[in-house]
Design a protein around this ligand. Structure first.
Ligand SMILES: Nc1ncnc2c1ncn2[C@@H]1O[C@H](COP(=O)(O)OP(=O)(O)OP(=O)(O)O)[C@@H](O)[C@H]1O
Length: 340
């Protein structure tokens, strides 16, 4: 049964259609699953020629061979529609109520967001046993894979690609912090959540942990979440997610781009040193060219120094001393524009 609904009838704005599926083949779901779900697709150029029914049919045929990867919340599949259209479908298991709330949050936050540096959510499917999120497919994978995966040895990212990724990710995050109403704190900024589109433009992804803030609130108090190595120190004490916590995580991303090393790399904590202390010392002692990723054969040292200095500011232990994402974006854009 296909029912086209007016967006006014649906809690999610711009939804073009919903579909109830009384039964689906086994592949994404186990045969015991009680299957009765609702699919909602958002209106866009990519989805306008697709019917929910056709999409649902293809979705239910997904199997292990289509898996792109998996994370803390579920498994991601590649869904090919035709030669020009493909989606990334994230299946979230309905393990507990927290995850259900996370899913609802993700939908509400993502549905309206359209930005060149944010991964678009095209739709979702809700069923009793599982939920699906239907995202734009990012053909060049994640920054994590580009920096630390197999291809990083064969074809390391060059300096200008790293700069472009830093600027794009900063623009996406700045948009969430400053231009979305209510403002959005990402809460899980890390290199596996920075994806690359066909032009190697960075897109911020994964709002599973995103928390919506009312414009007059400066923070929200929640249980500790996020990923070790990227979390701001104050988060461990207070459990408060703030935009400045995201700025800290972004500083870690900058360090990853500069050094090619994960934040949990032993060299950062050698002799009990913390990341913050490490970067401060590198900047103060002018050792940037020794700290830069060894696979970078050619880099403009003045620009490298400036990006290290920005990372240092983002990683300040006192959140009040950290710049906003809008300021970080401006600094990175200026470095990119100057011919040093
Ligand atoms: N829209 C997408 N296009 C292409 N690949 C994607 C997309 N979304 C996720 N992936 C890839 O799928 C894999 C799993 O992603 P997922 O977001 O589930 O986990 P994660 O980010 O690694 O960890 P976590 O769940 O803790 O955030 C990652 O390799 C990620 O790069």
């Amino acid at each position: 049964m296909v029912m086209v609904v007016d967006s006014a009838d649906d809690p999610v704005k711009d939804a073009v259609s919903t579909i109830s599926i009384p039964s689906v083949p086994k592949s994404l779901v186990s045969s015991e699953d009680e299957i009765r779900g609702k699919m909602v697709m958002f209106r866009s150029l990519t989805t306008q020629s697709l019917t929910s029914k056709a999409l649902m049919k293809k979705t239910m045929k997904l199997s292990n061979k289509d898996i792109i990867g998996s994370g803390g919340y579920g498994t991601v599949y590649r869904l090919r529609i035709d030669d020009t259209t493909a989606f990334a479908v994230k299946r979230l298991n309905k393990g507990n109520t927290d995850r259900d709330h996370g899913f609802e949050r993700e939908l509400n936050a993502m549905g309206d967001i359209k930005h060149r540096n944010i991964v678009t959510l095209h739709g979702y499917y809700i069923a009793p046993q599982f939920n699906l999120l239907i995202y734009e497919l990012m053909p060049n994978g994640s920054l994590d894979a580009l920096l630390h995966g197999k291809s990083s040895k064969e074809k390391p990212l060059d300096w200008s690609s790293r700069c472009k990724i830093a600027v794009g990710a900063a623009r996406g995050l700045s948009y969430l912090h400053h231009d979305c109403i209510p403002h959005i704190i990402h809460r899980d900024i890390k290199s596996s959540n920075i994806l690359l589109d066909q032009n190697m433009e960075a897109r911020v992804s994964d709002f599973g942990l995103a928390t919506l803030m009312e414009p007059d609130q400066s923070h929200v108090t929640t249980i500790v979440a996020g990923t070790f190595g990227y979390l701001a120190p104050e988060y461990f004490d207070t459990g408060r997610a703030t935009t400045k916590g995201d700025v800290y995580s972004f500083g870690v991303i900058l360090l990853e781009l500069l050094t090619g090393r994960r934040p949990t790399d032993e060299s950062f904590i050698e002799g009990g040193k913390k990341l913050v202390t490490w970067v401060k010392e590198v900047v103060e002692e002018g050792r940037e060219e020794h700290a830069i990723d060894g696979s970078l054969v050619c880099f403009p040292i003045e620009k490298v120094r400036k990006v290290f200095a920005i990372a240092d500011k983002c990683l300040e232990s006192d959140p009040l001393k950290r710049p906003t994402m809008a300021a970080v974006l401006k600094m990175l854009e200026q470095i990119n524009q100057t011919n040093l």
